[in-house]
Write a new protein. Structure first.
Length: 209
C-alpha cells in the first residue's frame, strides 16, 4: 500500500483566515483537488485537518463524497496558541499512514494545487527502496516527497515547529533522488490573496496538473 499524506491543517491567516482546504481554485476546493490527485495516482490518501475541520468535512461530503470515503482523515489539535505547527501535522499524518500498513508514504501540501496526479505518479515511479525521492520544478526542490515508511517515521520524529521533513532531508542528502517535474507541475504556494489572484489569472487551468 502507498499512502499520500496531504498536509491541510493551515489556518490561512494571510488569506483572510479561511481554512486553506476550503479555498477554491477553478471551482474546486483545494482539499477536493488534492484528494483527487492522490486517488488518481493510485494511492490511498490521508488528509490531515485541524482548523475548521468539521466545515471542511461537510464541504467534502457535498463536493466529492466518493473521494472522502476513500480517504483517512486525521484531525490535529492545536496547542492553544492557534493551529498545530507543520511538524505536528506531519507526524500525525505519517503515523496514521504507517498504522494503515503503508509501505511507502508520499507527502503533498494542500496549498500547491499545481502539483497533481501526473507529478505524484512520476515521483512514485522513480522511487527506489532505500531512497527518498522528491520533485523539483525549474531546479527548485518541491513536492511530492516519497519516503519508505521507516524513513517517513524517522523524518516525522525529527520535525520541529513549522518544518516538515526538511531537517531529515538535509541530513540524508546523499540518499535523495530528485525528479524534474518542469512542465508537469507548478510549484506555486497559495499563501496570500496575491498568490491566489496570480494563480487564477494564469492561463494554465487545462494543464496536466
Amino acid at each position: 500500500m502507498i499512502a499520500t499524506v496531504i498536509l491541510a491543517a493551515g489556518e490561512g491567516r494571510r488569506l483572510g483566515g479561511d481554512s486553506k482546504p476550503l479555498i477554491k481554485v477553478a471551482g474546486e476546493t483545494l482539499a477536493a483537488r488534492s484528494l483527487g490527485a492522490a486517488l488518481a495516482a493510485g494511492t490511498a490518501p490521508v488528509l490531515v485537518l485541524s482548523y475548521q475541520a468539521e466545515e471542511v468535512v461537510r464541504m467534502l461530503e457535498r463536493e466529492c463524497a466518493e473521494r472522502l470515503r476513500s480517504s483517512q482523515l486525521v484531525t490535529v489539535r492545536g496547542s492553544g496558541q492557534g493551529t498545530p505547527e507543520m511538524a505536528a501535522s506531519f507526524r500525525a499524518g505519517v503515523q496514521r499512514a504507517a498504522d494503515l500498513g503503508a509501505a511507502q508514504i508520499a507527502v503533498l501540501l494542500v496549498d500547491q494545487p499545481g502539483i497533481g496526479a501526473p507529478a505524484l505518479r512520476a515521483v512514485l515511479e522513480a522511487h527506489d527502496p532505500g531512497r527518498v525521492t522528491r520533485g523539483a520544478v525549474f531546479g527548485r526542490a518541491s513536492h511530492p516527497v516519497v519516503f519508505d515508511t521507516d524513513d517517513a517515521l524517522a523524518a516525522a520524529g525529527q520535525a520541529e515547529g513549522d518544518e516538515g521533513a526538511r531537517r531529515y532531508l538535509r541530513a540524508h542528502e546523499e540518499r535523495v533522488c530528485v525528479v524534474d517535474l518542469t512542465g508537469v507541475a507548478r510549484d506555486a504556494d497559495l499563501d496570500t490573496p496575491q498568490d491566489l489572484a496570480a494563480w487564477s489569472a494564469e492561463p494554465h487551468r487545462s494543464g496536466p496538473w
